[in-house]
Ligand binder design. Structure first.
Ligand SMILES: [Mg+2]
Length: 258
């Protein structure tokens, strides 16, 4: 078969390394980066010691009513009732869980009895929250371990009720028959799926480090609010799970959560 002289020459050049000189990188057109419309944040607000200063007077009232309830229903002395209330709150994130799990208490009865008081005269909060919520872009969701009726009263007093698109209170944190309040990741994932929220778009604003840590592990942005409660303890809190630390909610309009 007659050989092709040009092909032979190319082969010979290749073998001799003639083609080994550095080749200039060919300029390729930049890849098309899909430009998604920038998604708005979804703000997940805790209630107590976040939207208002529950430590000012409301927590004291709730604690007293819970201790009374435990003493009455479990027929124990007030000291023991107080110990159980604190123990369950620390262990489960809500006194209710311990009472249901260990004493078969009726959850709705407990919540009704312990939160049935007029919040108006005890409430203390930042001024201008309704104006802040009106101009803060994005959906606002309430995410609290507190009961529905109490949360509703606080939101109404703060004039925030019409700004909150969805409310997740302890009654809605029931999964397969068990209460799963914050910091439950199962509850957080379920809530995000139900509300069709991408974890990366969600910002949790909280006073509780434990709750922020759990949310951060799921990819949510996190904001620690340090204004209320035991302030020195909050100021000392540090950790990579805290994306942003603010003293007042008004700072949300100026600073970008991470
Ligand atoms: Mg709180």
């Amino acid at each position: 078969m007659p050989s092709n002289p040009r092909a032979n020459l190319r082969q010979a050049r290749g073998r001799a390394g003639w083609t080994a000189r550095p080749t200039r990188p060919r300029l390729r057109p930049a890849p098309e980066i899909p430009t998604e419309p920038r998604r708005r944040p979804v703000w997940l607000f805790d209630l107590d010691d976040t939207l208002h200063d529950a430590s000012h007077a409301i927590f004291r009232t709730i604690d007293r009513r819970m201790t009374d309830y435990v003493a009455r229903e479990l027929e124990v002395a007030r000291d023991e009732a107080n110990r159980l209330r604190t123990l369950y709150w620390r262990r489960y994130g809500a006194t209710l869980l311990g009472l249901v799990r260990h004493h078969g208490v009726d959850a709705h009865h407990f919540l009704r009895e312990t939160h049935d008081f007029d919040v108006a005269e005890l409430l203390r909060a930042e001024r201008g929250l309704a104006r802040l919520f009106a101009r803060l872009p994005g959906r606002k969701v309430l995410l609290t371990n507190a009961p529905r009726a109490y949360a509703g009263s606080v939101l109404r007093e703060l004039r925030l009720h019409s700004h909150i698109a969805a409310r997740y209170t302890i009654e809605r944190m029931r999964i397969h028959g068990s209460f799963r309040p914050k910091p439950s990741q199962l509850m957080l994932r379920t809530m995000l799926a139900r509300e069709r929220i991408h974890a990366a778009d969600a910002v949790l604003i909280e006073d509780s480090a434990r709750n922020l840590k759990s949310a951060r592990a799921l990819g949510l942005k996190t904001v620690l609010i340090t204004r209320h409660g035991r302030q020195p303890a909050r100021r000392r809190l540090a950790g990579s799970y805290i994306g942003l630390r603010i003293k007042t909610l008004h700072a949300l309009a100026r600073r970008t959560p991470r």
